[in-house]
Design a protein around this ligand. Structure first.
Ligand SMILES: *Cc1c(COP(=O)(O)O)cnc(C)c1O
Length: 368
């Protein structure tokens, strides 16, 4: 019998969330972002769950090639562009769009005779200060790309630093859009600005924010980049990390639990041992009180998370026993809530799912 820990991927929820993204930004085409192994869901599952997306966006050329080999025929986009001239041949061979964010990438394209047409996304740095040309240098970069034979469409692209907060005190969406419009003034081409945060803000921003392509990631996986809950946005969980109770201990007042003996029982209590630890991707720094479901009832993590196990308070669970079902996140327990308790974000929890965890597929709400 396999260890009871598994991650069930809900392809039905992935389809649902993609449809939500479409209804938020109905006039834009959608890049389903499948970087980082589709946020831990598996690249190939990303391609199936987002089969209705207009394109898929990711980081590595070899994974873009893999998507072609899996039969993905629509556009593909490399969000960080090429890392080496050798990648350029693959762009036209496999029909992959590439971001162009620095002058070195422009030069690589200039020096290489393109054997076929290549579409690029020229990235503007509108304040994130990670990748891209600053607005004042953007038109010149655009002109250099335009002059390269073989470069076909140039999409104008930027990325929001604080899309989850409309009125961010340092750099709100509106300010980034203003800078983008300034830098892109007079340039032809489609526009691509919004990540999930932008897509979820589209209704509020209305015509202030206009995209030909949007690039949602996290919302497609049923989590949110901001303070509102996934449920408020009608997004559904796409990954349920579930396990079981594999041991039970009865504690008396003063007994402690786990490494470091950091949890001390204040009175008699029942502790359940769950088959899931930090080597599975559960955050070791999750504190006492991080929510966990046992037999569908909410209870709390106690003690330190260890490599293969963690301990939970079974006192509120009526008939808990070895074998009782545990949900660490997903169906019935939003990943954002667990992440928040652990001082991180849903993105990190999904991406950190360890290779040793068995991955299953199943509809949301159905037992795996
Ligand atoms: C990761 C990424 C996205 C998706 O971001 P979410 O916050 O997950 O929606 C969009 N655009 C770019 C350039 C990215 O790197």
């Amino acid at each position: 019998m396999p260890r009871p820990l598994s991650a069930t991927i809900h392809l039905d929820s992935m389809r649902h969330n993609l449809a939500r993204a479409r209804s938020c930004a109905p006039t834009a085409k959608i890049w389903g972002v499948v970087k980082a192994n589709a946020y831990g869901h598996g690249l190939e599952r990303g391609a199936r769950g987002f089969a209705d997306a207009d394109g898929l966006a990711l980081i590595e050329t070899e994974n873009a090639v893999r998507l072609r080999e899996l039969g993905w025929t629509r556009p593909l986009l490399l969000l960080e562009g090429i890392f080496d001239v050798a990648d350029i041949a693959l762009l036209h061979e496999y029909g992959i769009n590439s971001a162009v964010h620095c002058i070195e990438q422009v030069k690589m394209l200039e020096y290489t005779k393109l054997a076929g047409p290549v579409d690029v996304h020229l990235k503007m740095n509108t304040g994130m200060n990670r990748l891209g040309f600053v607005p004042s240098e953007y038109a010149a970069a655009h002109a250099r790309l335009r002059a390269i034979p073989g470069i076909r469409h140039i999409t104008l692209m930027t990325h929001f630093a604080n899309a989850d907060e409309l009125e961010h005190p340092r750099l709100g969406i509106r300010e980034q859009v203003r800078r983008f419009q300034l830098g892109a003034q007079g340039l032809a081409g489609e526009r691509s600005l919004s990540n999930s945060g932008g897509v979820l803000r589209q209704a509020e921003l209305a015509e202030q924010l206009s995209n030909d392509w949007v690039r949602p990631g996290i919302m497609l996986y049923g989590a949110t980049p901001g303070d509102k809950t996934a449920e408020q946005y009608k997004l559904r969980p796409t990954m349920t990390l579930a396990s079981a109770i594999i041991g039970i201990q009865q504690l008396a007042a003063g007994d402690t639990v786990g490494y470091g003996s950091r949890f001390e029982a204040s009175g008699p209590m029942t502790v359940g041992v769950v088959a899931c630890g930090y080597a599975d991707g559960y955050p070791r720094h999750a504190p006492h009180g991080t929510p966990v479901l046992v037999d569908g009832v909410r209870t709390a993590l106690i003690g330190r998370v260890s490599m293969d196990m963690m301990t939970v308070d079974l006192t509120p669970i009526a008939n808990a026993r070895v074998g009782s079902k545990v949900v660490l996140w997903g169906d019935g327990l939003p990943i954002d809530e667990v992440a928040h308790a652990a001082g991180t974000i849903g993105y990190e929890l999904m991406c950190a799912l360890a290779p040793r965890v068995q991955v299953l597929e199943g509809a949301l709400g159905q037992p795996a």
